[in-house]
Ligand binder design. Structure first.
Ligand SMILES: [Zn+2]
Length: 328
């Protein structure tokens, strides 16, 4: 699936495609391909983004090790060999976004990642330990191989850093909430949002809330959404999955889902519901909300595959309990 990110000039006019992309101006056209990694055999769950820079390709969100063959086939179809990919950007280190980063680093690519995430790409043992606690014996079939990245290939990036990659300027915007070490990558008026703008599958209106433990944080996420709204984006690329249609509206709608999700879990904790009961009730409410917005049963499963509901319950409950410890 190919997508072109159209830029608008200062007067809002649609600009013609430029032959050569001037890295200094955003009012150009950059070809961006959304590669469907067909996670667990399903379309529209995990995307990877191939940005055709004037000086070479940039890969954003290489995805897990389990989908590496699909990614490589998608790149090959577009005439890109693994050795052509010199720069790989990840929004955060969760395995569905960055599980194959170590493999890419071993091929010689530079991996750009938030400073907190960087050591975990070099030594993924802690990351794998916590994922194994969640996924158990499904680790390998879900995520495949997670290789350590050679330290010299990993570039720790701070908020506001402007990368020069593939002849383009891409800015890191620190966007905590889903994880402390989360960056949104901004190229002119488009952004690669990772999980910071929620989960929105093609053809749907329902924006789901990915709130995993241990770093989910409501106030941080609200600040992130405010920051993203302030960027005046024309296009948001979500790893789960692709582009929506109206970034400003979607960010506002997502904020409501975020607040509502936390309220639901707070209410269940107050009723002293056990964990399994909370997962059942939370899933029921989320599913009912999605169904009301016309989400098909098939897409509901894809949402669940992108974002297990039990994880959001655990993440929000942990966040609320921590808050209670701070302010008993
Ligand atoms: Zn994540």
């Amino acid at each position: 699936m190919g997508a072109r990110a159209g830029y608008r000039g200062a007067g809002g006019q649609e600009l013609a495609p430029a032959e050569v992309v001037d890295a200094g101006t955003y009012n150009s056209l950059v070809q961006i391909d959304v590669l469907d990694l067909e996670f667990q055999g399903s379309p529209h769950v995990i995307a990877s983004f191939l940005v055709h820079g004037p000086q070479g390709p940039v890969l954003i969100e290489p995805g897990p090790g389990s989908t590496l063959p699909t990614l490589l086939a998608g790149l090959e179809e577009r005439g890109v060999r693994p050795g052509d990919v010199r720069d790989v950007l990840v929004t955060h280190i969760h395995l569905d976004h960055a599980g194959s980063a170590g493999w890419w680093a071993q091929q010689g690519a530079r991996i750009f990642v938030h400073g907190i995430g960087a050591p975990h790409l070099v030594d993924p043992s802690k990351l794998l330990g916590s994922a194994t606690r969640i996924y158990g014996d499904r680790m390998d079939s879900l995520w495949g191989e997670v290789l350590p990245a050679p330290a010299e290939r990993v570039v720790a990036v701070e908020d506001g850093k402007v990368l020069e990659v593939g002849g383009l300027e891409i800015t890191a915007v620190e966007t905590p909430g889903h994880a402390w070490h989360h960056h949104v990558w901004v190229l002119g008026d488009i952004a690669f949002a990772g999980d910071a703008a929620g989960i929105l599958l093609p053809g749907n209106d329902w924006i789901d809330l990915p709130a995993p433990p241990p770093e989910f944080d409501l106030p941080a996420w609200k600040t992130t959404l405010e920051r993203l709204r302030g960027l005046g984006l024309s296009t948001l690329y979500r790893t789960h999955f692709g582009t929506g249609s109206d970034p400003q509206r979607e960010l506002a709608v997502f904020e409501q889902t975020l607040i509502q999700g936390v309220e639901w879990v707070r209410e269940m904790l107050e009723r002293q519901m056990d964990r399994d009961g909370m997962v059942r009730e939370f899933s029921r409410r989320m599913r009912a909300r999605a169904r009301n917005l016309g989400v098909s049963d098939e897409d509901a499963l894809r949402y669940e595959l992108s974002n297990p509901r039990s994880m959001s319950v655990d993440g929000i409950a942990r966040y609320l309990r921590k808050g209670r410890e701070r302010n008993p």
